[in-house]
Write a protein that binds this ligand. Sequence first.
Ligand code: ADP
Length: 303
Amino acid sequence: MIDVSNLTKVYGPVRAVDDLSFRVKPGIVTGFLGPNGAGKSTTMRMILGLDAPTVGTATINGRRYRELPRPLATVGALLDAKSVHPNRSAANHLRWLAQSNGIPTSRVGEVLELVGLSDVAGKKAGGFSLGMGQRLGLAGALLGDPEVLILDEPVNGLDPEGIRWVRGLLRALAAEGRTVLVSSHLLSEMAQTADNLIVIGRGRLVAETSVAEFIREHSAVTTRVRTPDVDKLGAALTAAGIAFTKSGDGLEIPDRPTEEIGALAFNAGVMLTELSGAKASLEDAYMRTTQDSVQYTGQKEIR
Ligand code: ADP
């Protein structure tokens, strides 16, 4: 269990994390989702005691990281896959990590096997691809057989096969009753991996919900109509308190189903030449809910 309470981190003028509270439960994969710069890494670093919060607390199984008697046996973390000495072999890196944390070195072979690096155990980590580096980072995270895993963008740099593998591993670890918190800036990735989502934008909590619920809530339909009587339909929509946008001989009505708009037009005596519904993609919905948080969104397509 991870408990984050009123966590805030201020860097000069930037509120990287802003009064964030959430709970990460065991037995499921929890996705920590937000655009780049939203504050995910900073939050994870505070949970792991690598950054001091400006305000608030973060605990793992009820204790702050620095109060944990055997940290690696409680929580395994993957933050920056490049934090391995380039001249050390994969096995030596893990042996050193095990020895300095009171973990039997026999565990090294097990975790190398688990992440599929047994064949390159003796090779220098400096020559590893990004994907192999991620696997080595995961091996380090799993070394202490921890109850809690905190992984920052673990599929970064992995090929599709590697991504599938990480997904399966995370689900298996959660199924064993562990607490798994995994960050990503991609909703599509999290939708396939996580059970629950903690969504943040500009350091603040946007949603704390199940993946299924998030998808249901944010799969809004936009209804499009064309009519020779745009003004009359517009007046009827306004009278009903329904917002819309005009485009040529058509109207776009967000978050309203086609049935409702069709019935409204019929009752207003307006002929429609076209009535269609378009489901916003989940990625669009995610961008919309976090859009306050992105400083530069590029050109936005109106659908
Ligand atoms: P994410 O992991 O979601 O991409 P980060 O936690 O890395 O986001 O960053 C959140 C915000 O905090 C960003 O605006 C980033 O520039 C800022 N930030 C992060 N670390 C530092 C730091 N050490 N000094 C100053 N600003 C930082």
